[in-house]
Design a protein around this ligand. Structure first.
Ligand SMILES: Nc1ncnc2c1ncn2[C@@H]1O[C@H](COP(=O)(O)OP(=O)(O)OP(=O)(O)O)[C@@H](O)[C@H]1O
Ligand SMILES: O=C([O-])CC(=O)C(=O)O
Ligand SMILES: [Ca+2]
Ligand SMILES: [Mn+2]
Length: 660
């Protein structure tokens, strides 16, 4: 062993005598002074000072403009921050005390930012302090970056880990899916007439007073915390119909989820954000009080359109915020003659837009994320005068059984910044096992849309050419693809059918048919026929073609057949996009009267008509009739409604259902 002159040691050839150990000399001496290394010393006298150097303040990206007076008046950075804190304080105001809480920016864990009443710029109208809460500060973590939110989550939220991909793995708590039966909507004078109430409606009423009770509960809970997260963001990529939303939450997980799912504001846009159009109070860790009127469980998701507010109590499932805002859009947009849709959307190289409707788990995200096309969005869209626009800034993909081979773009989107909900991973390698359902089957990944390499930004497009209705038919009797006329498209849109299997683990069970009007009854605010009429009018005007695609079973129902292979479904979708399905031959099925192509490139022809894939033809016919009966029963509720201006379309739609 010998020094190589750089203070390192190396073994010199074999023959080196090792009897006398060389004197260890780690440093090269210069002028008799020993140096640690050759770089310049740090510019800090103490370790605290060194740490304070680590983080530098971001430079303002634009000169500060006056926002309130509409132009030339310039306000100082300090003044702007004060206005922002005033706005947040007002958002968090108790309804029984006139003022909002004392709010201060920054992490309470950071000693340097501990407020001292004398010098901290906080907003507080001086009143006589009558409660402990008016003496304390609420720290506001305002629009933190993903990196900062990671740190908050990992430090303070049990169940938060960095997966090997770099994604943030989190647990959503006891609720791993939405709770539609706990949704409440304030039925005031205008909501009474405007909204859809009663049988089949997702809008379960509550009164204004009860809303305020729950709001107070949520706000008091949030104000009692050391810190809250505030996200100020946008919905809708159509600049003329953009909505400003504020999300106040208690968990970094919630803040990062919404950071990913809503449209992220630029620093310039944030400077002029002003008052939000809609505010969510997410106090999900705290239950509602079951003694409160209208409460049937300890979970409550309450929407008040007049106050432009939503309160969440008793569920930490982040999807409630996403879909709560979607409900709001289902109210606001139709008022502006814009149709809101539970659909995915993509656009081809030639500018052809396709919409993908379907209930949860039918393939909106999987099939709209297509390496050969540009992704406009995976779940929520608007169709207006100028075409389509995504409502969101991110995607929310199902992860169960996710594979790199079948869904490469989604797989690759799971990286730093992505929230991974309720997945199971190796405790040492942090490698996620996507097949593991131990926590839930509804494992999810939430990522910003730009994580998909061919995302179309801004997320807008021209009028759709194809409208694809997805159904995962676990009965195995719907054809893999059928071409629909307008009346059939409307019939299936209003029906909103899918069939999944309840409790997959406990062996073979009867498929459960679900009918959800407009493929999203849980989110619509007006009667389904309002949306249906708008869709019919738009499809007619822009010449869009409807398709029904079964992403479910083939060769027998669940337990006998198999789910149609994803590569086949992709080939079918390719053929719709390319226009080749317009040129092929069709035949009509019995009972449902569906036009099915006799061949599709890359798909075995015998599977195009489901009867061919069933061994037992009698069982096929029985199952087909059973499903047709379920459709008929479901549609009975809609037979008394008129769709559009004249009654002609209504009659055609009624006639477009199964006949047997
Ligand atoms: N033939 C198929 N077509 C589409 N998806 C399939 C097919 N076979 C299996 N799958 C799986 O079905 C699931 C479809 O889920 P996806 O996330 O696309 O649902 P979604 O319609 O976006 O629902 P949500 O509204 O709840 O987000 C994926 O896990 C996908 O891998
Ligand atoms: O909202 C959710 O939790 C997931 C989703 O997209 C849906 O159910 O349509
Ligand atoms: Ca989805
Ligand atoms: Mn959805």
């Amino acid at each position: 062993m010998a020094s190589n002159g750089n203070g390192e040691f190396s073994f010199a050839g074999k023959g080196t005598a090792r009897s006398v150990l060389p004197k260890i000399q780690t440093q090269k001496k210069q002028n008799g002074i020993c140096h640690d290394d050759s770089s310049a010393p740090v510019k800090a006298q103490t370790i605290d000072e060194l740490h304070s150097l680590q983080k530098k303040k971001s430079a303002p990206t634009t000169p500060i403009k006056g926002s309130q007076q509409g132009g030339f008046a310039t306000i100082s950075e300090e003044e702007r921050q004060k206005q922002q804190l005033q706005s947040i304080s007002a958002s968090l105001a108790s309804l029984t005390r006139e003022t909002g809480p004392k709010v201060v920016r920054g992490d309470p864990a950071r000693l340097t930012e501990t407020p001292k009443a004398s010098h901290v710029s906080h907003f507080h109208v001086p009143t006589i302090s009558v409660s402990d809460s008016s003496l304390k500060f609420t720290h506001v973590l305002y629009n933190l970056s993903p990196a900062e939110l990671y740190e908050q989550a990992i430090k303070y939220e049990k169940g938060s880990f960095i997966a090997s991909s770099g994604a943030l793995a989190t647990l959503s708590g006891a609720k791993t899916g939405r709770s539609p039966r706990d949704k409440r909507v304030v039925k005031d004078e205008s909501a009474k007439d405007e909204l859809w109430w009663g049988k089949g409606s997702p809008n379960i009423e509550m009164d204004e007073e009860t809303f305020l009770v729950n709001r107070e509960r949520a706000v008091d809970y949030l104000n009692s915390l050391d810190k809250v997260f505030v996200n100020d963001q946008f919905l809708n990529w159509d600049p003329q119909n953009r909505i400003k939303v504020r999300i106040v939450s208690a968990r970094a997980y919630h803040s990062l989820f919404m950071h990913n799912m809503c449209i992220r504001a630029t620093p310039e846009e944030l400077e002029n954000f002003g008052t939000p159009d809609f505010t969510i109070y997410n106090a999900g860790q705290f239950p509602c009080n079951r003694y409160t009127h209208y409460m049937t469980s300890s979970t409550s998701i309450d929407l008040n359109l007049a106050r432009r507010e939503m309160v969440i109590l008793g569920t930490q499932y982040a999807g409630e915020m996403k879909k709560g805002l979607f409900s709001v859009m289902h109210y606001l947009m139709p008022k502006r003659q814009i149709l809101s849709l539970h659909s995915g959307c993509n656009i081809g190289k030639d500018g052809d837009v396709a919409l993908f409707f379907g209930l949860s788990g039918t393939g909106k995200t999987t099939l709209s994320t297509d390496h050969n096309r540009y992704l406009i969005g995976d779940d929520e869209h608007c169709w207006g005068e100028n075409g389509v626009s995504n409502i969101e800034g991110g995607c929310y993909a199902k992860c169960i059984d996710l594979s790199r081979e079948k869904e490469p773009d989604i797989w690759n989107a799971i990286k730093f910044g992505t929230v991974l909900e309720n997945v199971v991973f190796d405790e040492h390698t942090r490698e996620v096992d996507y097949t593991d359902k131990s926590v839930t089957e509804n494992t999810r990944a939430s990522y910003p849309i730009e994580y998909i390499p061919n995302a179309r930004i801004p997320c807008v497009g021209p009028h759709p050419k194809n409208v694809i209705l997805l159904a995962c038919d676990a009965f195995g009797v719907l054809p893999p693809v059928s071409k629909l006329n307008l009346a059939q498209t409307m019939y299936h849109f209003i029906s909103g059918y899918t069939a999944l299997v309840a409790g997959t683990e406990e062996g073979v069970k009867e498929p459960q048919a679900t009918f959800s009007a407009c493929f999203g009854a849980a989110f619509i605010m007006l009667h389904p026929t309002k949306y249906a009429a708008m869709l019919a009018e738009k499809m007619q005007k822009h010449g869009a073609t409807g398709w029904l695609v079964n992403t479910g079973w083939s060769g027998g129902r669940y337990g006998y057949g198999n789910r149609i292979k994803l590569p086949y479904t992709r080939k079918i979708i390719d053929a719709i996009h390319s226009g080749s399905l317009f040129k092929t031959n069709y035949k009509k099925t019995e009972v449902f009267g569906l036009e099915i192509p006799t061949e599709v490139e890359g798909v075995p022809s015998e599977i195009m008509d489901p009867i061919n894939t069933w061994g037992d033809k009698h069982a096929y016919k029985d199952t087909l009739l059973k499903l047709a009966g379920l459709f008929k029963n479901n549609f009975a509720t809609f037979t008394n409604y008129k769709i559009g201006e004249d009654n002609k379309l209504t009659e055609e739609i009624l006639a477009a259902g199964p006949s047997f």
